[in-house]
Design a binder for this molecule. Structure first.
Ligand code: CAO
Length: 412
């Protein structure tokens, strides 16, 4: 063991240079080339690296001291007994950042930036942090004295980049003062609307969506429904087309199990589900919610009709519990009571498909001999193309239309 003093090495023609950062403290175990202090003149900032490894036993400088070649920095205890009593560190390294060979993709510098075109002023700790995060200091604006880059500046830069990347890597939209064009009113979005916005943006940006359109002939189901609707209404049950669609969806999910799945977060494995929980999109004054009918395969159409009414009521009166909204496998979004011919529903992640339903209309359908009026229900099936291909999607709607045309097939 030997104790030695480390002094400022040759720093060219500079003298009385201010200490602006001290990177070590007494007791620190340091390695050769670790930065000890940073000096800053009006021309440049420079690190003074340690010429050897060892433990710091005494600090001989503090912030603001003015040092020249030969000024003592600290004492260090080393293992070697052959050390000269006064050690000069290796020549100082400029704080000019060397470009890293790799960068975090989201934070990658724009190609038109030359990493050596300017000399950012930053201490070793800040540069270490920047290196760790893959930040090129030339891109960071310094808020310290002489535009020196502080840790907070690097953190603010990363934060700004991350918020841009959550916006799909697109530059943020400029703030527009719409009142310059006419009268405006600002209304906050409901919490549900904000959440739906985030979820749909995430789904739309991350899932390759394809929508398959089809039509189901629901003439027989509708005749049957009309014939018992009143009787059900007297028992307090609202029998619409939707419970039939839930049952038809379960039948199609059983037939094509990859629709009843989720991709794991690695995107390499499919998690296939043996339960059949169907989410129903419900419109409320506060926004869209999707309560779930659990184990729809084990429930009758009557049970499902009752449950939809209950869940829709709870949704309208803010009575849904978190468990009512969890565990869905496949979602049905019905705009059937309104208008439209088709739409492209957004998949309710982490599900892999969603069925959109538009209003049924009477259409002349050719039966091989004559045109007959039939009630045709438009179906819009959006699916995740990473999991499902077009052939499977066509098979899914083919199965749906077959069971909706002849409800007896749901029993099979
Ligand atoms: N074609 C023709 N008629 C339809 C139909 C369709 N596709 N879907 C429903 N109808 C009929 C019903 O059968 C009912 O008729 P009757 O009075 O003769 O029984 C009437 O329209 C009203 O139905 P409803 O909408 O009250 O009930 P529902 O079971 O079909 O749906 C619910 C319930 C809660 C899902 C629905 O009211 C709702 O909130 N839908 C909105 C979903 C949504 O917002 N999706 C968009 C998501 S993306 O932003």
């Amino acid at each position: 063991m030997s104790n030695s003093t480390i002094t400022v090495p040759n720093i060219g023609d500079l003298s009385n240079v201010e200490v602006i950062e001290v990177s070590v403290k007494v007791g620190d175990q340091i390695n050769q080339e670790d930065p000890l202090i940073t000096l800053e003149s009006d021309k440049a900032a420079m690190d003074i690296p340690s010429p050897k490894s060892g433990q710091v036993t005494g600090l001989l400088v503090q912030l603001g001291d003015k040092l020249s070649e030969g000024s003592e920095i600290l004492t260090i205890e080393t293992d070697s007994k052959d050390e000269a009593p006064n050690e000069k560190p290796s020549p100082p390294s400029s704080t000019e950042e060397k470009p890293e060979s790799t960068y975090v993709t989201d934070l990658a510098p724009s190609p038109d930036i030359n990493p050596t075109s300017s000399l950012p002023h930053a201490g070793p700790a800040v540069r270490k942090l920047a290196r760790k995060l893959g930040v090129l200091l030339q891109q960071v604006s310094g808020s310290g004295p002489h535009r020196r880059i502080l840790k907070e500046d690097v953190q603010a830069y990363v934060k700004a980049k991350l918020s841009q990347s959550s916006n799909n890597g697109l530059p943020p939209r400029p703030e527009i003062d719409f009142s310059q064009f006419g009268e405006v009113k600002r209304e906050p979005l409901s919490k549900i609307n904000q959440l739906t916005g985030q979820n749909t943006l995430h789904s739309w940006s991350n899932i390759p969506h394809v929508t398959q359109f089809d039509e189901a002939n629901i003439s027989d189901i509708e005749d049957f429904r009309q014939s018992i609707k009143q009787e059900y209404a007297t028992k307090g049950i609202k029998l619409t087309i939707l419970p039939f669609l839930v049952k038809a969806a379960v039948s199609a999910l059983k037939e094509l199990p990859c629709f009843n799945s989720s991709l794991d977060t690695s995107g390499e494995n499919l998690i296939l589900k043996s339960y059949f929980n169907i989410g129903i999109a419900v419109d409320t004054p506060r926004g869209l919610v999707v309560p779930v009918i659990r184990n729809a395969d084990c429930k009758s159409i009557t049970d499902i009709a009752l449950e939809i009414t209950e869940l829709a009521n709870k949704a309208q009166h803010k009575k849904l519990k978190i468990t009512d909204l969890q565990g869905g496998c496949f979602t049905i979004s019905s705009l059937g009571h309104l208008s439209g011919t088709a739409f492209t529903p957004i998949i309710n992640e982490p599900e892999v498909a969603i069925l959109g339903v538009s209003p049924a209309k009477m259409k002349p359908i050719y039966n091989g001999q004559v045109f007959q009026p039939q009630l045709m229900l438009p179906l819009s099936l959006s699916y995740d193309h990473r999991v499902i291909d077009g052939v499977l999607a066509a098979k899914f709607t083919q199965h749906l239309t077959a069971v909706l045309k002849d409800a007896r097939k749901m029993l099979l």
